[in-house]
Design a binder for this molecule. Structure first.
Ligand SMILES: [Zn+2]
Length: 90
C-alpha cells in the first residue's frame, strides 16, 4: 500500500456521487446567512458541494438538497446567481 495523503472526497448535492473535493464547487452559508459560491474553499460557514455542471444544480434545486445541506432556505435569486456563476466556471 502506498502511503500518502488520502484525497478528500465530498458528495455532490446534485448527482450525489462522491467526487474529489477539488473537482467540486463549494457553496457556503456564511455566518450572516447569505448563500454564495466559495471560490477559495476557505470561507467559514456550513458548506455544500456540487459539480460545476448545470445538470447537478438543477437536480439539487429540484430535490431542495442545497437547502437541506445548508439548513437554510434559499431564494430563487440566489439560485439564479449560482446558475450564472456555474456558467462562468464552465
Ligand atoms: Zn454532481
Amino acid at each position: 500500500m502506498p502511503k500518502g495523503k488520502k484525497k478528500p472526497m465530498r458528495m455532490c448535492v446534485g448527482c450525489q456521487e462522491m467526487k474529489l473535493k477539488k473537482d467540486l464547487i463549494r457553496i457556503v452559508r456564511t455566518p450572516d446567512e447569505t448563500v454564495e459560491i466559495d471560490h477559495t474553499g476557505k470561507k467559514s460557514g456550513r458548506g455544500a458541494y456540487i459539480c460545476p455542471q448545470q445538470e447537478c444544480l438543477e437536480k439539487a434545486i429540484k430535490g431542495k438538497r442545497v437547502e437541506k445541506a445548508l439548513k437554510q432556505s434559499i431564494s430563487s435569486d440566489v439560485y439564479e446567481k449560482l446558475k450564472q456563476e456555474l456558467n462562468s466556471v464552465e
